[in-house]
Write a protein that binds this ligand. Structure first.
Ligand code: ATP
Ligand code: MG
Length: 368
């Protein structure tokens, strides 16, 4: 499996890009360079994507996301810094070797996936394999497999225009999966889809990822999408990564006011889970079977979103037991812990210092 590392990546567009980098290193900001007619698209970006992780890059339009992604697969040469992939310095490869890595190990899925209108769905999915020079028989087999993974079994012989937008986007995903590439780079891949279909695609990607365990860099400007998909999320602003962390880190411990404002509208009760807010079970502590049977204590799994904990607590129970894969007790969420999580919500006034009174008590009572 593959590991991807960006080390102090810079991309400056303009006449003397290296000068631009030196100025940025010396503390200049994007606006100063812009005044001179150069654009600092990506400034000093460093991160590591572990094998099997979904790494989300999130930021507003123009923050440098696509430029960063294009440097990761060598489509754009960094002005400074380097990209390590599978312990290989992509930035040092000659064009031929780079093309070879790009066609075998890296796949890209774009926002508007261009399918070939006069090729069948299968041949569209097999396109990357064709570029690699794979034999027809094997191409067909692998394309069929990938289409099935993406929920398109039965559509292999259709034409692209017979498919809905969401299905066409799946063909794009199937094309990327068929090549067996370890690294998937996805640039706003779901952004053109209707909200419901988009959610389906997110679910499907997460489901596929459980077995495929690709290394994925996923770009989005949608915070909720970032929170749903990202094992790690990098927030970009004006070319710089201003914070990298889990969805929970970013939500609960925003690095600065910019990130704090960015995440203000996120429904944290949907992002935080029982597992992330529970108090860990002490050694030897077991599930209180009697309490559970009497209905004094409810039990949920670690993945249960906080939003779904209000129901079990609404009957007056004082805590919720959190169980692991084999039904064993792994922790408890006391009622007051749940309330204090809500109180940390920026929708409530007094953020600092102790547990404040919720401003809008309704949110607490009817939260489920
Ligand atoms: N080839 C180029 N030449 C000059 N400037 C460029 C070039 N490509 C990108 N830029 C500039 O770099 C900055 C970052 O662009 P980029 O496309 O990476 O942003 P983005 O975060 O992907 O935005 P969006 O969400 O709109 O896709 C922008 O100011 C853009 O105008
Ligand atoms: Mg972009």
């Amino acid at each position: 499996m593959s590991r991807l590392q960006a080390e102090h990546l810079y991309k400056v567009f303009g006449r003397q890009p290296e000068d631009g980098v030196r100025k940025l290193e010396g503390g200049a900001d994007r606006d100063e360079l812009r005044a001179e007619g150069t654009t600092a698209a990506v400034i000093d970006a460093s991160f590591t994507v572990e094998p099997g992780q979904i790494f989300v890059v999130m930021g507003l339009s123009g923050s440098g996301k696509s430029t960063l992604l294009r440097m990761l697969n060598g489509l754009l040469e960094p002005t400074a810094g380097r990209v390590m992939f599978d312990d290989q310095d992509l930035t040092a490869l000659n064009p031929r070797d780079l093309r070879a890595v790009r066609s075998r190990k890296i796949s890209m899925v774009f926002q508007h996936f261009a399918l070939f209108p006069h090729r069948s769905v299968r041949d569209n999915a097999a396109y990357g394999l064709e570029v690699q020079g794979v034999e027809r028989e094997e191409r067909t087999r692998r394309a069929n497999e990938a289409l099935e993974l993406c929920g398109l079994a039965g559509w292999e012989d259709s034409w692209p225009d017979e498919l809905s937008g969401g299905m066409q986007q799946r063909v794009g995903l199937a094309r990327a999966l068929a090549t067996d590439a370890d690294l998937l780079l996805m640039d706003e891949s779901f952004s053109a889809l209707d909200p419901l279909i988009r959610r389906d695609m997110q679910d499907q990607l997460l489901e596929l990822q459980k077995t495929l365990k690709k290394t994925i860099v996923f770009i989005t400007h949608d915070l909720n999408e970032a929170m749903r998909l990202g094992d790690q999320i990098a927030v970009m602003r004006d070319g710089r990564i201003v914070q990298t962390g889990t969805g929970e880190d970013i939500l609960v411990r925003p690095a600065n006011d910019y990130v704090r404002r960015f995440v203000e509208d996120v429904d944290r009760t949907r992002v935080l889970t029982a597992g992330s807010i529970m108090e860990k079970a002490k050694a030897g502590q077991t599930l209180d079977k009697k309490k559970v049977a009497d209905g004094d204590s409810a039990s949920v799994t670690a993945e249960t979103p906080v939003a779904e904990l209000f129901g079990p607590l609404s009957d007056g129970s004082t805590e919720i037991e959190v169980t692991g894969e084999n039904g064993e007790l792994i922790g408890v969420v006391p009622r007051d812990r749940l309330l204090s999580v809500l109180a940390e919500d920026p929708r409530f006034d007094e953020l600092e210092g102790g547990v404040p009174e919720p401003r809008d008590a309704k949110v607490v009572k009817s939260g489920a």
